[in-house]
Write a new protein. Structure first.
Length: 118
């Protein structure tokens, strides 16, 4: 299983950045896909998730600024980030999750660094 994230970089406050994550080795459409982030000295935290049918969930801190989407035909999940703030600086991780009793399947990508700074 591979989750490859792309699109991180340096952006000024108020700017925009788009992340993408390409998945392989899983039946992509069966998984809840998500983005998490880990800022220096902090724990990894949820940013947004999207179910196979497109239902979304966002952390309060990013609501109205970030948009998660997915293309099941391309096995790819996206995160559009607008109105970026310095506190959005973190390593962003792609996640694929499925609960299939009696076990859960949980996969992580390698992370991509987003730095918001002037």
């Amino acid at each position: 299983v591979q989750l490859q994230a792309f699109g991180g970089g340096l952006v000024q406050p108020g700017g925009s950045l788009s992340l993408s994550c390409a998945a392989s080795g899983i039946r992509f459409s069966a998984y809840v896909m998500g983005w998490y982030r880990q800022a220096p000295g902090k724990q990894r935290a949820l940013v947004a998730t999207i179910t196979s049918i497109g239902s979304t969930n966002y952390a309060d801190s990013v609501k109205g600024r970030f948009t998660i989407s997915r293309d099941n035909a391309k096995n790819t999940v996206y995160l559009q980030m607008n109105s970026l703030k310095p506190e959005d600086t973190a390593v962003y991780f792609c996640n694929a999750y499925k609960s299939d009793w009696p076990r859960d399947y949980n996969y992580w990508g390698q992370g991509t660094l987003v730095t918001v700074s002037s």
